[in-house]
Design a protein around this ligand. Structure first.
Ligand SMILES: NC(=O)c1ccc[n+]([C@@H]2O[C@H](COP(=O)([O-])OP(=O)(O)OC[C@H]3O[C@@H](n4cnc5c(N)ncnc54)[C@H](OP(=O)(O)O)[C@@H]3O)[C@@H](O)[C@H]2O)c1
Length: 392
């Protein structure tokens, strides 16, 4: 009996050991010695315990229909992007744009989807989020070639084990996950707005964030200038360790939550509903394989397999954000089929100041890239303010 009990207990003990190592690694990433006071963050243990074990993923409700609609999903050749494409097509999506950096990979995904959904129009369009020029060219094509864009899901993202600058001079994770996501979001606004005006439902923009964003410490938040601080590193060694890579990923996912709130401040929910989504831990996507440092990669993979949601369940979370949740989600994070404000820091006055500074610098940077102020109506707001001050 004693031996039997031990044998039965073994898997549970092993599971707990793996779970604890996983939490320890992720928590360690956020516990580096700090030069700035910590903001309160949510507890990773409780965030993951809740999402992975206590929340039952909910499929799109009966009657969900995307018939007649056009959607684009960045990074939809694989992983959660592809799974979401499939769920949208299962619910009648008429036109899908697979937006990818590698067209060959996109065409392979399209080939499979074509067989499953012969009635839908499926296109593969190139976009490399590590290059502003590619994002601008892609957005130009969307605005000029598409008659409507009902849904944009900005899903492309990465975590990197090594340090590297893009041709635009930005650290790659920062540019792909945040800056280019911000740029594309703004450049898609014209067609999203016109879709709302010309068709009978409000167009949707959803940015894919992560639980990791909720535990980010955002150590460089007081840097001045702030954007530049993401691109500075020891140029001599160019070495990045486990903490650096995962920390950058986490911060980039927090920046996306802030981006969504700022965009929602600039765009009415009658024009475009803008939100962020966290699919929580999802198994078998490419992301866990990109984890810096082999033991972390291994543990993340085992943990993903043991506790992760399936890709279809992750896709259901996306569909909840782009369709299930309406204007009440504008500027917010959709997580576990509920609407949340985002990182604890975003609820504090100091955090809001950081967010405003981040947004102001982002607008200036992207104005230089593609003249985004006119789309956001920023110049108009500034001159309105001046006129108001002149009258006062
Ligand atoms: N998996 C999870 O547990 C989890 C949890 C929370 C949030 N997320 C978020 O979910 C999103 C999708 O991740 P995933 O798990 O599905 O990972 P994935 O399988 O690695 O998919 C990532 C996608 O992003 C694309 N991508 C990367 N860099 C790009 C660039 N420079 N330009 C254009 N596309 C680029 C990849 O293209 P290639 O195939 O060419 O590399 C791929 O299509 C990410 O934003 C991630 O942060 C995932």
């Amino acid at each position: 009996m004693g031996i039997l009990t031990t044998i039965l207990e073994l898997p549970i003990v092993a599971l707990l050991a793996i779970w604890n190592s996983f939490l320890a690694i992720l928590t360690h990433l956020n516990n580096r010695p700090s030069t700035v006071a910590h903001f309160e963050t949510d507890s990773l243990t409780s965030l993951l315990l809740t999402s992975q074990f206590f929340v039952k993923p909910v499929p799109p409700p009966e009657g969900t229909s995307f018939v007649g609609k056009t959607a684009l999903i960045t990074g939809s050749n694989t992983g959660l992007g592809l799974a979401t494409a499939r769920v949208l097509l299962q619910h009648g999506l008429s036109h899908l744009i697979i937006a990818v950096r590698n067209v060959e990979k996109g065409e392979r995904a399209k080939l499979n989807l074509r067989v499953e959904f012969p009635g839908a129009r499926i296109d593969v369009w190139e976009i490399d989020m590590a290059k502003f020029s590619s994002v601008v060219a892609f957005a130009k094509r969307v605005n000029s070639e598409l008659e409507r864009l009902d849904i944009a899901i900005l899903n492309a993202g990465l975590i990197k084990p090594d340090w590297g600058l893009t041709e635009d001079g930005h650290e790659e994770v920062f540019q792909v996950n945040y800056l280019s996501t911000a740029l594309l979001s703004v450049l898609l606004l014209p067609i999203l707005r016109s879709t709302t005006r010309n068709w009978d439902s409000v167009a949707r923009l959803t940015v894919v964030s992560s639980t990791m964003g909720l535990i980010s410490r955002f150590e460089n938040r007081n840097a001045d200038p702030l954007l530049k601080s993401f691109d500075e590193y020891d140029a001599a060694t160019k070495k990045w360790n486990l903490q650096d890579g995962a920390d950058r990923y986490a911060v980039s996912k927090l920046l996306e939550m802030m981006l969504v709130r700022q965009l929602a401040g600039a765009v009415s929910s009658n024009e475009v509903i803008i939100n962020a989504v966290d699919p929580a831990l999802v198994k078998s996507t490419g992301l866990q394989d990109l984890m810096p440092y082999f033991p972390a990669r291994l543990i993340a993979n085992i943990m993903g397999r043991l506790a992760g949601r399936t890709m279809v369940q992750g896709a259901w979370a996306y569909v909840d954000a782009v369709d299930g949740k309406k204007e009440e989600s504008h500027g917010k994070l959709v997580r576990n089929w509920e609407i949340e404000a985002g990182h604890q820091m975003m609820k504090t006055e100091d955090g809001k100041k950081v967010e405003e500074k981040l947004w102001a610098e982002t607008v200036e940077e992207l104005e230089n890239v593609a003249g985004i102020k006119a789309i956001l109506g920023v110049q108009q707001q500034q001159s309105d303010k001046k006129k108001g001050a002149g009258r006062a």
